[in-house]
Design a protein around this ligand. Structure first.
Ligand code: BES
Ligand code: MN
Ligand code: MN
Length: 465
């Protein structure tokens, strides 16, 4: 282990420089204008895998962006760890709110990251975190200390719903066979309180359209006489929560798995500081479902949020008009055992049923994903816990996250393999937002912690026989 850690220490600077090269390419999977860049990133990552000594590296084409595969099988008696990550990133908009251009990485110190953080789209989600695994492998391989067989699967469509990954997984069951999947695409509680993510929320995402009159109308001549689609849409949306901030869609909570009071008590031990949370967001108070703490609202409870709303006149000055149409994008975060398709259907049925006469409502479902919970008594969890304890000198706490990684439930279903979510980002790292960044402390801590995972996992695996 010492050889590995000293290899990391000696090559730290180069690791960062290599990450910077990857961050420079705008691999935005949602926007077809960046197709070439996404493909270029795939190639860069594949070359990175070859360079560190992985075998069978392949850029596997799909109907969409390619999935990169590579492996190193050293001994069939050793366990196999499958690493998953993504090389695509979210769009950088609104670009004007970035202090530095999103694809020209810069390192700056912040209050939370006194040792510096790298600012770029994808720095934390997920290029920086995915790259830690490639460098951890390099360090293990160059130190002749591979404790497990390893497989890499890095995709380029995570931010747009991983639509082609399920097909790839189904067609490559044998190739992807492994004992555990290891993913760094989540966060830790804070840099001095390490945590392991044990739950992710699912997602239903819908787009709604409310259509009123067949054309935009003069708001004086017609105002008061016909349904205004924006007024109606706003009314409909606000009726989706009641005064206690419970979601009003009939059946929405039916399948929600309630958490025992004991587990809630256990969860509430995490040292969440409401005051600094409020201050960091510059808000007067938190807001959410009655009867639950902020930590609970953001993890074990389902939500419904408008992500975008538009229609009518939004240009300079005033234009008096009743628009013909209004639109919104709405996400619902789901918890075990809610099913995204069921929920989209419940939403659609209810939303169309509450539309008054005088408008037509259309609901189009987008990609979704199932929630996931991972056990804490597996050898994978134990190995991760021991690895964190080594590098942070503190036992990590299990934490459920509010975010979604739909492939975790899919891997379990299709491959029957559990995933360990060993993330190193902070919630304040602004993923999906302007000025996304990733702490250098976190980047290096990740590279140091991963080899310990392999070492402990291999030991615990052996002790099972
Ligand atoms: N890495 C994130 C998810 C995440 C971040 C989980 C932090 C836990 C903590 C992932 O890239 C992501 O953004 N997922 C999307 C869903 C996806 C279907 C587009 C999300 O959660 O909005
Ligand atoms: Mn991600
Ligand atoms: Mn993301």
């Amino acid at each position: 282990m010492e050889r590995i850690q000293s290899y990391i220490e000696k090559n730290k600077k180069r690791f960062l420089e290599e990450l910077i090269e990857i961050l420079k390419i705008p691999s935005i999977s949602a926007d077809p204008n960046f197709e070439k860049d996404v493909l270029k990133t795939a190639e860069l990552v594949a070359n990175g895998l070859i360079k560190v000594g992985l075998d069978n590296v392949e850029i596997c084409s799909t109907e969409g962006y390619p999935i990169i595969y590579g492996d190193k099988i050293i001994d069939s008696n050793l366990p196999t760890v499958l690493i998953y990550g993504h090389y695509d990133v979210q769009p950088a908009d609104p670009i004007e709110l970035w202090d530095n251009p999103p694809f020209e990485p810069v390192i700056k110190n912040t209050e939370i990251h006194p040792d510096g953080a790298i600012f770029a789209r994808g720095a934390c989600d997920d290029k920086g975190q995915m790259f830690m695994h490639i460098k951890a492998f390099e360090a293990m391989n160059k130190s002749d200390s591979l404790f497990c067989n390893i497989k890499f699967m890095i995709e380029g469509e995570e931010e747009v719903g991983s639509e082609n990954l399920a097909t790839f997984v189904k067609e490559n069951r044998k190739r992807l066979n492994a004992d555990v999947i290891l993913v760094s695409d989540t966060g830790i509680f804070s840099n001095d309180i390490p945590s392991i993510t044990t739950g992710l929320r699912g997602l239903s995402y819908v787009e709604v359209e409310v259509e009123g009159p067949n054309r935009d109308l003069h708001s004086g001549l017609y105002g008061g006489c016909v349904a205004n689609p924006i007024n109606i849409l706003s009314k409909m949306i606000s009726s989706l929560h009641d005064k206690n901030n419970k979601i009003t869609i009939p059946g929405f909570y039916d399948k929600v798995l309630l958490i025992s009071e004991d587990e809630r008590k256990e969860m509430s031990k995490a040292p969440f500081k409401k005051q600094s949370y409020i201050e960091s967001l510059n808000i007067e108070d938190v807001y959410g479902e009655l009867g639950y703490s902020t930590m609970e609202r953001g993890s074990i409870r389902p939500t419904l949020d408008v992500n975008g709303i538009w229609g009518g006149y939004i240009g300079e000055g005033a234009k008096t008009v009743i628009p013909s149409k209004a639109f919104a994008k709405i996400s619902m975060r789901l918890v075990p055992n809610q099913d995204p398709e069921d929920i989209s259907k419940l939403f659609s049925d209810y939303f169309t049923s509450i539309a008054p006469k005088g408008v037509n409502v259309k609901v189009t479902p987008h990609h979704g994903g199932k929630p996931a919970v991972t056990p804490i008594d597996s050898i994978g969890y134990k190995a991760a816990s021991m690895a964190f304890e080594k590098t942070f000198n503190k036992k990590p706490i299990p934490i459920r996250s509010g975010g979604s990684i739909p492939i975790v439930a899919m891997f379990e279903e299709e491959l029957g393999i559990n995933t360990i979510l060993m993330g190193f980002g902070l919630d304040s790292d602004a993923i999906h937002s302007p000025n996304e960044h990733y702490g250098l402390f976190n980047f290096y801590k990740g590279i140091e912690t991963i080899p310990y995972f392999f070492s402990f996992y291999s030991k615990l695996f052996k002790s099972l026989d």
